[in-house]
Design a binder for this molecule. Structure first.
Ligand code: LLP
Length: 406
């Protein structure tokens, strides 16, 4: 990102999300390139950063979209993702969402239970169309990641067991309204070890082979997302090692590989800028109070996640400080024990690796308007989401009749 951070913070004010679109391109091309020579589609996990400009940028590069609500499907369509590249997943889809997804004619609806399959069949029948489906298998593999973002164990709510999946495929084969062309697994997020991915992949590939024997042909092999990134000192799985492990494991299967990366594309393509309000000490404990808070970037509070925090253009001896926001919760912090020089009003802090699950998990808690978002492409900056105003926050309340309160 060649633009000066200070200029951006002053031009757009803070708190502010800034995304490096050239970096997004680089990440996309590295991952897609690693699967070169194989039939593959990168379906971007929209939940990680659903700004329309981000989705549009990835769509132009050829990406599809992995969506978990009809809202995300609508975003993807609006941003120009081809309907044939859109997947709709999620453990609890409402009838209306299923209907809209079927009517939109997207590539796949990903089923997460037998009950859901029956529901999709019924809705497809009412529309007199055949639903293209895949089934999310829970391979019961420990992904070795934070337990809040682990999804591939039977104790997690996601997917169905191998046995149930097999039953579901056999049922679907007989149904006039279901066309089971895909299989899916996703064992967790921020994965830094290859072995669990490979293990899950092998289990699911075996299932595909046994389905072939039943004349059930799987065309799309969806390996989910989950590729980890470096926040601190984690060693990343390289795209090449990832691609190699997957392609070796599914050797002999004639399938298109679907990938659903979110964090890998976005986390280190974005930063969060916040300005210092005050310094204070409670006893010996030092706090740097900033204008960004847990409502803007929830990951530290929710997962105790580490994000590197750096002061811009500040020299001097550093001591440890907690970087905290103005929200009325003790859990409102962006960083703990961060080495920082003495800070002054309006000094800028950069919170690194904030491009994924940053803005999308933000809220209006404490009636705080959500941050603005800016894209940098080719050294130029573009506003891609306006800062929320007070009027934005109360609009839906103001739209209601208040006469009953006199
Ligand atoms: N596919 C499925 C089915 C998923 O559930 C997820 C993420 C992804 C793809 C994308 O995973 P990624 O490539 O980004 O790891 N809020 C948490 C992360 C939750 C991830 C949920 N599922 C965080 O901030 O760490």
């Amino acid at each position: 990102m060649s633009l000066d951070i200070k200029t951006l913070a002053n031009r757009y004010n803070t708190p502010l999300y800034v995304y490096d679109f050239d970096k997004i391109t680089k990440q996309y091309e590295e991952l897609k390139g690693a699967f070169n020579g194989k039939k593959s589609l990168v379906a971007y996990a929209v939940k990680s950063n659903s700004n329309l400009a981000v989705i549009r940028h990835l769509a132009k590069l050829g990406a599809g979209a992995d969506c978990v609500s009809i809202g995300e499907v609508q975003r993807a369509l609006k941003a120009g993702v081809s309907k044939y590249k859109i997947i709709f997943s999620g453990v609890g889809k409402k009838d209306d969402e299923i209907r809209q997804a079927l009517q939109a004619g997207i590539l796949l609806i990903n089923l997460e239970s037998e009950a859901e399959m029956k529901r999709v069949e019924m809705i497809a029948k009412s529309l007199n169309i055949q639903a293209r489906i895949s089934i999310r298998v829970n391979p019961d593999v420990d992904p070795k990641t934070h337990r809040y973002i682990s999804t591939g164990l039977h104790e997690n709510k996601f997917g169905v067991s191998i046995q149930s999946a097999k039953r579901m495929y056999i049922y679907a084969k007989k149904s006039e309204y279901l066309n089971s062309i895909g299989i899916h697994f996703h064992i967790g997020s921020q994965l830094t070890q290859l072995a669990p991915i490979q293990e899950a992949c092998a289990i699911v590939a075996d299932l595909v082979r046994s389905l072939q024997a039943l004349d059930i042909k799987i065309k799309f092999f969806d390996i989910g997302g989950g590729l980890g990134v470096t926040y601190n000192d984690e060693i990343m799985i390289t795209p090449e090692a990832y691609a190699h492990a997957i392609t070796q494991t599914i050797k002999g299967l004639d399938v298109t590989i679907l990938l659903e990366p979110g964090r890998y594309l976005m986390a280190n393509s974005g930063i969060f800028l916040t300005k210092v309000l005050y310094e204070k000490k409670n006893g010996t404990k030092r706090f740097v109070i900033v204008d960004g808070a847990m409502n803007d970037l929830l990951r530290p509070s929710l997962y105790n996640a580490y994000h590197k925090i750096e002061a811009i253009q500040k020299e001097g001896e550093t001591t440890l400080a907690d970087v905290v926001g103005p929200v009325c919760e003790s859990g409102d912090f962006l960083g703990k024990d961060v080495p920082l020089p003495m800070m002054e009003h309006n000094d800028i802090l950069v919170v690194q690796s904030a491009g994924a699950y940053g803005f999308t998990m933000s809220s209006n808690y404490n009636t705080r308007g959500r941050s603005a978002e800016v894209a940098i492409l080719d050294g130029k900056d573009y506003l891609i989401r306006q800062r929320e105003s007070f009027e934005d926050l109360i609009r839906l309340e103001e739209a209601c009749d208040t006469s009953w309160q006199g």
